[in-house]
Write a protein that binds this ligand. Sequence first.
Ligand code: HMG
Ligand code: MG
Length: 298
Amino acid sequence: ELPDKVTIKEVGPRDGLQNESEEVPFKDKVAWIDLLSEAGYSYIEFSSFVHPKWIPQLKDARSVATSIRRNPETTYAALVPNMKGLEAALETGVDEVSVFMSASETHNKKNINKSIEETYPVLEEVVKMAKQESKTVRGYVSTVFGCPYEGDVPVEQVAEVSEKLLSMGIDELSLGDTIGVANPKQVDDVLPRLQERLSFDRIAMHFHNTRGMALANVLVSLQHGITTFDASLGGLGGCPYAKGASGNLATDDLVHMLHKMGIETGIDEQKLKEAGDYIQKVLKQSLPSHQMQVLNKE
Ligand code: HMG
Ligand code: MG
């Protein structure tokens, strides 16, 4: 049975922009996030406090955090890889922080320069400190359905990393198909195996649409009781440390599908179009989502 309501977490300003080669001027970035804030989202991941050499696109995280107009109905979150990132994020008064790691050793190393074992104590300290500061904490597991370096990733390994993150006290765990290789049959196979070990009321799915299967994967996830999905407006996005990762599942396509199916999201489709149109003009390129393609032909 399908849910009546789904929560969509907008990750475009972070996952989308981190993979754009076109520099987005600070003022435009802030204006875009402000447009997103008017669209009815309960959650916007606005940036990440990582090393600017690794992700130069998001080096303005601090100023973005303090310049955006915050909608009191919206949770504003940012990625933090370690204590240095957390401290910077806390200074700007974020609502929530997200820690992240991979289920596969090689991607973890390429993305955050540590082995999986070395990552745990770092994240544990971050989660503990964030909790002391009364912040909610999200955790991401990447390469859940496949790794660009190692190929197949055993479900056992995904479950282990996930359990470890949940045991640190994170509030929600987002399972990432980092390079968009998941297919609906695989999702149907993997989710029940994870459900044996993880409490699904704290699980979100994070699909990339590299091969056009993200919406199909959402449908299967809905059938397994998942009701929270990450998405990026217009299908912007990727992960620069995962070769082949392209855009996230497009928020506008997801919202359109869910609304057609009678599932509520709280998001205003017209406002999404305005925000999508704004960022594609800034980037001087048409965004890949179906909704934006339709809009661009009107
Ligand atoms: P490192 O080089 O191992 O860090 O990088 P370190 O601790 O050895 O420190 C080296 C230098 O970096 C020091 O400066 C630190 O102060 C500085 P120095 O003394 O040499 O002048 N430093 C920092 N500066 C700013 N902010 C920080 C920070 N930490 C240390 N937070 C590090 C380790 C994690 C920092 C680095 O690898 C990094 O920034 N990685 C970020 C990678 C990233 O952002 N990837 C994309 C996001 S994940 C993703 O997209 C997947 C997801 O969407 C889900 C999915 O799709 O699967 C979430
Ligand atoms: Mg991602």
